[in-house]
Write a protein of this length. Structure first.
Length: 188
């Protein structure tokens, strides 16, 4: 809950333009997000030792139209978190679950994150929808499941003929996050 208590003020990030050696200038990203304190966690769901490819039951996978075999790997961007990608052969969409055990969800509120984070609640747990400027083919939902740990759910367009709008991707990420938290709660 630390992340949401700290985030009760305005978070703003602005950088100066950077001139590259080829003469082009990268314009800085500017993201401002306002947070209100979220609800307290109803309980802690520790992610240590959990296989992310077993979090969603076969029934949950069917409900999310995820019909291809899960693929586990290590996500180095999250401190070598255990991760799992699952693709839909029906829609082409991809869900990635990463079980982050080395830092709390507050990492998304750091000014260096440069994202648009909006609070929400997933199965009673404080969470946020995270959109990264310039990456409109995906959306993340981050769920504060335990002190110093969070569930990262990414939902992305896997190359569909007709691209989904980011709002639809964020709804997909939210549905997948709700299913993942329910799956984690059932493991207890």
């Amino acid at each position: 809950m630390i992340a949401f208590a700290v985030a009760s003020s305005l978070v703003s990030c602005t950088a100066t333009p950077v001139e590259k050696t080829d003469g082009h200038v990268d314009e800085p990203l500017s993201v401002t997000t306002t947070f209100a304190p979220g609800p307290p966690r109803p309980s802690e769901i520790r992610l240590d030792g959990v296989d992310p490819c077993t979090v969603l039951s076969p029934d949950q996978l069917r409900q999310l139209s995820l019909d291809l075999p899960p693929s586990g790997y290590v996500e180095s961007g999250f401190g070598n978190a255990k991760a799992c990608s699952i693709r839909s052969g029906i829609s082409g969409n991809v869900v990635r679950l990463a079980l982050v055990t080395v830092e709390g969800v507050g990492v998304w509120l750091d000014e260096n994150a440069q994202v648009d984070a909006r609070p929400l609640t997933i199965a009673g747990f404080p969470a946020m929808t995270v959109r990264t400027p310039g990456l409109d083919q995906l959306c993340n939902v981050e769920v504060d499941v335990a002190n110093g740990q969070f569930l990262d759910v990414m939902f992305r367009d896997g190359g569909n003929a007709q691209k989904l709008p980011q709002d639809a991707l964020c709804l997909g990420a939210q549905r997948a996050a709700e299913a993942a938290v329910a799956g984690l709660l059932q493991r207890r």
